[in-house]
Design a protein around this ligand. Sequence first.
Ligand code: UGA
Length: 466
Amino acid sequence: MSVFADKCKDIAFNVVDVNKERIAAWNNNDLSKLPIFEPGLDKIIQRCRGINLTFSSDVHKAISEADIIFISVNTPTKTKGIGAGKASNLKWVESCARQISEYAKGHTIVVEKSTLPVRTGQVIKGILESSKISSNSTKPTPTFDVLSNPEFLAEGTAINDLLFPDRVLIGGDNKQALDVLGEIYKNWVPKEKIIYTNLWSSELAKLTANAFLAQRISSINSISALCEVTGADVREVSRAIGKDSRIGSKFLASGPGFGGSCFKKDILNLVYLANYFGLPEVGRFWEGVVELNSWNQSRLTKLILENLFGNLTDKKIGILGFAFKANTNDTRESPAIVICKNLLNEGAILRINDPKVDRNQIANDLETPPDQQNQKNDNLDYSYQKKSWQKMDLNRNFFEGIDAVVVLTEWESYSKIDWIEAAKSMRSPGWVFDTRSIVDTRKVSEAGLNLWRVGDGVLNEQRKRI
Ligand code: UGA
């Protein structure tokens, strides 16, 4: 909405949320305290806030004044009940629709911005329609159009992705409403990039886009494991297949597995839909993408264990990166969570660095709230009782006495580490496990450190020869 406000000066954008603390943070004068770190967002907010962009918790007022409402609430995977572990929990979407139906005035276009299971538009329509039935005759009955307008922004590049989108997708069945939303985008998006579809195609296209992207990552990660045992190099394989214009070169970087709030959730949602509609083969096909991703994370832990003589008890390991990818402070579904937990369970002592993720977030993700860390609690796991992780800056102390460094996020600063200096403080034989192909391999070997790199069968062959 900040980008919308920046590009459409004659439209007022009111962002509302029931969470007052969050709204206060969006209104904070100190722009470094905004609730989300997204490169460039602070400058846009500075330009628009208080002019045609406001943040408030007066939800009902905003609904009654709006011509268009974007529903942008979260739709996490259900944790219990029918469809638990796969289906989306739509309670917040439903709650929004109910409030809109109660407080909207005149005609309102309701836009699904959240990623939703196919046919959720029907649920929203049903709830909005109910206001017609229940409204008393003294006030004019509000009317609605429902559109689907999924977003394809990736964290860290969200602003650029919105400014220069590959396409904008708008689904719905009323041409007039489609045009109203299309006109807003035309303020900065060339009209040939705006695609109009029916509501269901738009909803399904969003899930499918994420499923295809995640599938590419699982595909290349599966090949990566094969490279390691055959003497091939996954970077070379990616380059070779990426030159085929039908395949394309993007999203072929092998790594620790995909994280983030969307890929796993959206695929599981697709699996649920397929099973629900009696297509178990389709469900199994997509479930395989998620399974390979989990397997990839556990295989990395095993590799570290094997190379460190099959024992991690009391070994000190440096973790570089906790966010699910670079340029974000988001840790949702980050491979680092599973890998760190596995290493802790093996008895390792972790020093964790991340330029953007704070210590409390890591503590939550590793299920060690800071206030529990100093207490002896028999119910806590062995490794947690030993307070065996700490967040550290990337200075000389970080490397002091450590047996290995594991690179889990591709922060640029990690490509510039002076390994010769680092190796001086590490315990010998020191290891670097690079799951992101980001470290300077020449410097690592000059420093006399052992290197394991994802999908690098050439290195493995060399080691065997030694
Ligand atoms: C993803 C999609 O890319 C967006 O188009 C979509 O709008 C968004 O989900 C969403 O539905 O909200 P995002 O989760 O921000 O965006 O992150 P990506 O850049 O897609 O990366 C996802 C994961 O895949 C990360 O863990 C990343 O490290 C990993 N990845 C990505 C690889 O391992 N290899 C690659 O080549 C690319």
